[in-house]
Design a protein around this ligand. Structure first.
Ligand SMILES: CC(C)(COP(=O)(O)OP(=O)(O)OC[C@H]1O[C@@H](n2cnc3c(N)ncnc32)[C@H](O)[C@@H]1OP(=O)(O)O)[C@@H](O)C(=O)NCCC(=O)NCCS
Length: 197
């Protein structure tokens, strides 16, 4: 993608540090090498091209890329899926990466929030992912977004490190309450604070 193309959908990154970042959802085969090189560079798990294709072909609306409009460089990506799992419709965040010089500006937060918003609009009841127990940055980021540590998975990764399974549960509407009655009460205030609405 050219810098001009990226700038078309440019929006503030939402973080400090200045500069605008352009966010786009997966747009086709030309985005695939960008996603792959970012993930291969930064994540400990090796993935085959079939794994990438599985995600981006089936759920293109859940993969987002972040571009620096100055030079058109792809600086971050999130890759996800959703589907039935043990009776629940569930979103899953498979990969999240932001290039080092661009970290701490809210780019990962924006990428993840966009995916979660689509999951929520698609009827997901929860979102899960795994993160290395040593990955303080990712654990802090997801903690801020409301994820809880649901389980510890022993030696989950090929490098032998344990994982935390993190889970975000979406608030369900109270079936006994008329929607108008929700307005102004404590539950509704929490709802309004949700970064996904
Ligand atoms: C984890 C990662 C995606 C975060 O990207 P980022 O764009 O810097 O994240 P954000 O700027 O949106 O951070 C949001 C919040 O997460 C927390 N956070 C992010 N990185 C952190 C770090 N290294 N140490 C502590 N907290 C961190 C902070 O609370 C931060 O908010 P603050 O800047 O207001 O304090 C990035 O560090 C990365 O690509 N790491 C390598 C790949 C990886 O670990 N992916 C996650 C796999 S589960």
């Amino acid at each position: 993608m050219s810098a001009a193309e990226a700038t078309e959908r440019s929006e503030p990154s939402g973080g400090g540090g200045g500069g605008e970042i352009a966010y786009v959802s997966y747009g086709g085969e030309h985005h695939l090498p960008l996603v792959m090189s970012l993930v291969d560079e930064e994540l400990s798990e090796p993935y085959s091209i079939f794994t990438y294709r599985y995600f981006v072909y089936l759920w293109p609306q859940l993969t987002f890329l972040a571009f620096d409009p100055k030079d058109g460089k792809c600086v971050g990506t999130v890759v996800c899926k959703m589907g039935e799992h043990r009776g629940a419709f569930r979103g899953y965040i498979a990969m999240l990466v932001v290039l080092k010089p661009y970290r701490g500006r809210g780019i990962a937060t924006e990428l993840v929030t966009r995916s979660i918003r689509v999951m929520m609009e698609s009827g997901c009841e929860e979102v899960t992912l795994e993160a290395e127990v040593t990955n303080r940055g990712a654990l802090a980021l997801y903690g801020r977004l409301g994820f809880i540590r649901a389980k510890r998975l022993y030696r989950y990764y090929l490098n032998g490190v344990d994982a935390f399974r993190l889970k975000l549960l979406f608030p369900r509407p109270d079936p006994g309450m008329h929607p108008m009655m929700m307005l102004g009460n404590e539950r509704d205030d929490q709802h309004m604070d949700s970064p996904y609405l």
